[in-house]
Design a protein around this ligand. Structure first.
Ligand code: NAD
Length: 258
């Protein structure tokens, strides 16, 4: 538990999507370690169960619910249950996402385009739509949406993924403008290349694949999920009280040259 009162989430309730793996799991654990009650959601029941076990082992309250973030009724239901269980909603990390197989814009199938936009972008709209009214009931809150380096810079053969993440960046800024005077902060977080199962799939999990992608990172290594989790907590905490409408890169200088 943090000694710094501005970095203490005791009495707060945090909601995390995509919490069954990678960045989402690390962030759910970080919220729990900082004293928050944590509500976690993911489409993968096995992933959720593993995260819930790790949170319970910390002696922290956790609510784990399967949810497909592309479905508005499912998102509303898990958020309503969160408030029914823990009494309030203070922080939300809208993070669930999928990768897009590399394909030129003329080869990207309509089906893949719809899927990547639905999971990565539409879900963020749906989550904010249902989270903000709940946060307003207790005078405000803080939302962080997972964008990407691909949400601030174009990447060849990633048109669908980039469009989804640029969309997340701008939707976060619009929501921040709309609710700044009502105590709701909304920011986008743009991670660089982070060592998660998503990246293992993207690189094929081979040493050559990893080495190829690490070349894109000026720091010479991938980021760790815990490093992104720490950034999310900073943005949600009172230390970040004046940060809203911002797209923060945590990326080892990957996008510093753009
Ligand atoms: P991951 O694959 O390890 O975890 C993603 C989680 O999202 C999984 O548990 C998955 O089950 C869940 N998910 C997928 N579709 C879902 C749906 N329809 N409903 C609910 N849950 C769903 O990936 P990660 O690397 O931890 O990625 C997390 C987020 O970070 C994603 O939005 C991703 O685009 C973004 N991101 C990742 C990197 C990176 O290098 N790993 C870089 C920039 C941005």
């Amino acid at each position: 538990m943090s000694e710094n009162p501005k970095f203490n989430f005791t009495g707060k309730v945090a909601f995390v999507t995509g919490a069954g793996s990678g960045i989402g799991r690390a962030t759910a654990l970080a919220f729990a370690s900082a004293g928050a009650a944590v509500s976690i959601a993911d489409i993968s029941e096995a992933g959720l169960e593993a995260t819930a076990e790790q949170i319970t082992a910390l002696g922290v309250k956790v609510l784990a619910q399967r949810c497909d973030v592309t479905k508005t009724a499912e998102i509303k239901a898990v958020l309503d249950t969160t408030v029914a269980t823990f009494g309030r909603l203070d922080c939300a990390f809208n993070n669930a996402g999928i990768e897009q197989p590399g394909a030129s814009i003329i080869d990207l199938s309509e089906e893949m385009l719809d899927r990547v936009l639905d999971v990565n972008l539409k879900s963020v709209f749906l989550c904010m739509k249902h989270e903000i009214p709940l946060m307003l009931k207790n005078g405000g809150g803080s939302i962080v949406n997972t964008s990407s380096g691909a949400g601030v810079m174009a990447i060849r053969n990633q048109s669908g993924y980039c469009a989804s993440k640029f969309g997340v960046t701008v939707a976060s800024k619009v929501a921040a403008l709309e609710f700044a005077d009502q105590g709701i902060r909304v920011n986008a977080l743009c991670p660089g290349i982070i060592d998660t199962p998503m990246i293992a799939r993207y690189t094929g999990g081979t040493e050559e694949g990893r080495a190829r992608i690490i070349k894109q990172e000026p720091v010479g290594r991938m980021g760790r999920p815990e490093e992104i989790a720490a950034t999310v907590l900073f943005m949600c905490s009172d230390l970040g009280a004046f940060i809203t409408g911002h797209a923060l890169v945590a990326d080892g200088a990957q996008t510093a040259g753009i």
